[in-house]
Design a protein around this ligand. Sequence first.
Ligand SMILES: Nc1ncnc2c1ncn2[C@@H]1O[C@H](COP(=O)(O)OP(=O)(O)O)[C@@H](O)[C@H]1O
Ligand SMILES: [Mg+2]
Length: 380
Amino acid sequence: MSSDSTHQSPKPRVAVVFGGRSSEHTISVLTAGAVLRAIDRERYDVLPIGITTDGRWALTADDPERMAITGRELPTVAGIAEPGGGSVLLPVDPAAREVVLAEPGSVPKDLGDVDVVFPVLHGPYGEDGTLQGMLELSGVPYVGAGVLASAVGMDKEYMKRIFHSFGLPVGPYTVIRPREWDTDPAAARKKIVDFAGDHGWPVFVKPARAGSSMGITKVDDLAGLDDAIAEARAHDPKIIVESLLRGREIECGVLEFEDGPRASVPAEIPPVSDHDFYDFEAKYLDSAEGIVPAPLTPEQTDRVRELAVLAYEAVSCEGLVRADFFLTEDGEFVINEINTLPGFTPISMYPRMWQASGVDYPELIDRLIQAALRRSTGLR
Ligand SMILES: Nc1ncnc2c1ncn2[C@@H]1O[C@H](COP(=O)(O)OP(=O)(O)O)[C@@H](O)[C@H]1O
Ligand SMILES: [Mg+2]
C-alpha cells in the first residue's frame, strides 16, 4: 500500500503521526501499526508520518506488518522510513492544509491535503502539548487533548495540583525543582527525608514529566535515595517524590461521544510478580494482564467512573483520557495520574476497557477522529 500523492478524494485524510523523540518511540510505532491496521480505509485516507528519534518527520511505508514486535525486537521509524530521506512539513499557514516533502536540492513534493492529524505519540514532544501547539499554529484539527491538557497530563506535579483543587483525592507528594537540586542538594535530600519522616518509607521517586514507568524507583531507605534521584533526573530535572500507596490499581477510560465524555468499565492491574511494580517491561514486553472489568462493587464502579470523568473535565481534556487510581485499603479512590494518550495497542488497557464497554478498536479510532473533526483549532 502507498499513500495517494495527488490527493483528490472526498474522504477525510488522516495523518497518523508516530514515533518521536521520547523514550516511548518504539511503543508509539507499535501503536501506529495497530491504528493503521484498524482504521477504516473506506472512510478515511491515511498518510503515515514517522518522527525519527532525532526529530525528523519522515514519510513512512503504510505497512503495519513492519511496525510490530519481531521476537523481543521493537520497531523504529528509521526502520520503515521511505528511502531517500527528506522531511515532511506541515504548513504554518492556517489557510493551507497541504503537506509537502522537502528534500535538499529539489522542489518540495506535494503530499496533498491533510484534514486531521492523529498524534499517536507518547511522552515528551508528542503527548505534552508541544506537538499540539504546532498543530494549533498550522490550523489542522487533531485527535485528543489540546495544549494545556496535554501539558498538564504530562506533569505529575501540576496534574496533582489541579486534581486537588477539583476535589479529586491525591496522595502525599513533594517536588524537587531543578534549581533546588542544582544549588543545594543537601537541602533537597533533607526535604525528601523529612517527607519520608512524615509519611513513611518507602517512597516513589519519579521524573515529573515522563511516562511508561521510565526513571521511577521505589526507594526503601536513605541509602537508595541518591541513585533514585539520579535515575529520575536522567529523564527530567524536576522530580516528584510520593509516598507508597497501598491498595489495588484501578484504571478507567474516558471517551468523547457526540454528547460529551463517557467513562468505560474500569479495569484492575494486578500486582506483577517478577517486577517490583508495574514497570516498562511489565507493561509492554510481558503484556501484563489487566482484569476487565475490575472486580468492584457497583458503588465502587460508579465512583471510579465518576472520578474519571471529573479528572477529564478538571484538566479540560478532549477526545480521550485514561485515569489511573489506587483503591486504598480503607476503600477510597486516590488518583495517581491521567494519560492523555494512553497505551493504545489493541491489547492495551484503554482499548480493552472500551471493548468491554461495547466500543471496539476500529470504532474507537473512528470516534476519536470524528471528535477531532467536530472541533476546530483555536480557543474552544
Ligand atoms: N505512590 C505510589 N504508590 C504505589 N505504587 C506506585 C506509586 N506511584 C507509582 N506506583 C507504581 O508505579 C507505576 C508507574 O507509576 P506512574 O506514576 O503511573 O508513572 P508513569 O507515568 O510512568 O506510568 C504505577 O502504575 C504503580 O504500579
Ligand atoms: Mg502510569
